[in-house]
Design a protein around this ligand. Structure first.
Ligand code: KMH
Ligand code: ZN
Length: 291
């Protein structure tokens, strides 16, 4: 295995990603879910103001259903940029989802990447097929390699979605084929039924596979969001929160906004002495060029 073993605890600022909408979360889960481009713009600016430096972006159609529609992505990105600009906030790193919903085709994952080049910095790259609750999240190797190659050609930084242990070895294979380069950025999504559950040992194991030139963060699903964040923060990891993964601010209490989840993660980080990375600092840490 070419990864250096052992996560190195460090004091670098924490990068907080906010996954504001997702594909599976509905207004019935949380009526505060942002679904229109303008709602997504406001939700993102609020999240950035409270400490998020990356916005992980899915979009919805007029009926509120997940879509990979280019126009919808463009409108959401424009709304995020203008809502941040009017509040004099640093522009967040925009991370387009190529996972989409479980039935997204390869073509629908590729199209926004190409059409929106120059408007976003990152895109998710999901590393393996798996059961995803009652569905199957289809990411065969030919899709993964195709999307990795496309991102490389476009100069887009991949966010490596690890939902299960074997996915880390797919990243290694992509590296060996020249489709990825350091620094790699892993997100451990823990708690999907069909993937690795969130347990402290499991996060220790995954983090231990990440080399010193790469970064990792955790996205605990559902009730695991904050326990996973609390573990990752003193380990030097980054954190993802947001309605895509979890709609509760605490047991039994629906969050008022994505920003409320960001504030809670940021407050844990400060308690552990970690500064909150601004988007420009997150770019520097992750080796991402400004648009
Ligand atoms: N909607 C999930 C099936 C991604 O954004 O790339 C997968 C997902 C991953 O949300
Ligand atoms: Zn997503």
């Amino acid at each position: 295995m070419s990864f250096a073993s052992g996560a190195i605890p460090c004091i670098r600022p924490i990068i907080i990603t906010c996954a504001i909408t997702g594909a599976e979360t509905t207004l019935a889960h949380n009526p505060n879910l942002p679904v229109t481009p303008d709602q997504q713009g406001i939700a993102s600016a609020d999240a950035v103001s409270d400490g998020a430096s990356i916005i992980h972006l899915h979009v919805r159609d007029d009926a509120g259903k997940p879509t990979q529609d280019i126009g919808r992505f463009r409108a959401a990105i424009e709304a995020i940029k203008s809502r941040c600009a009017e509040r004099n906030l640093e522009q967040p790193i925009i991370q387009i989802s190529t996972g989409g919903s479980v039935d997204a085709t390869l073509e629908s994952r590729r199209e926004p990447l190409i059409a929106l080049k120059g408007l976003y910095e990152m895109a998710s790259l999901n590393l393996g097929t798996m059961n995803f609750f009652d569905d199957v999240f289809y990411n065969p190797l030919n899709y993964v390699m195709d999307l990795a190659g496309l991102m490389q050609a476009l100069g887009v930084t991949p966010e490596l979605g690890v939902y299960d242990v074997g996915h880390i070895w797919i990243a290694q294979m992509l590296m060996e084929k020249g489709l990825l380069s350091h620094p790699m950025h892993f997100t451990f999504a823990m708690g999907v039924l069909g993937g690795i559950p969130y347990e402290q040992d499991n996060l220790n194991f995954l983090a231990g596979k990440v080399g010193p030139h790469d970064t990792w963060g955790v996205a605990g699903i559902g009730r695991h969001e904050f326990p996973a964040a609390e573990q990752a923060i003193p380990m030097g990891g980054n954190v993802r929160v947001g309605f895509e993964d979890n709609v509760y601010i605490e047991r039994g209490r629906i969050a008022a906004s994505n920003a409320e989840l960001v504030r809670k993660a940021a407050s844990y980080a400060r308690t552990h002495g970690r500064a909150i990375a601004k988007p420009s600092e997150a770019k520097e840490i992750m080796g991402i060029k400004s648009l």
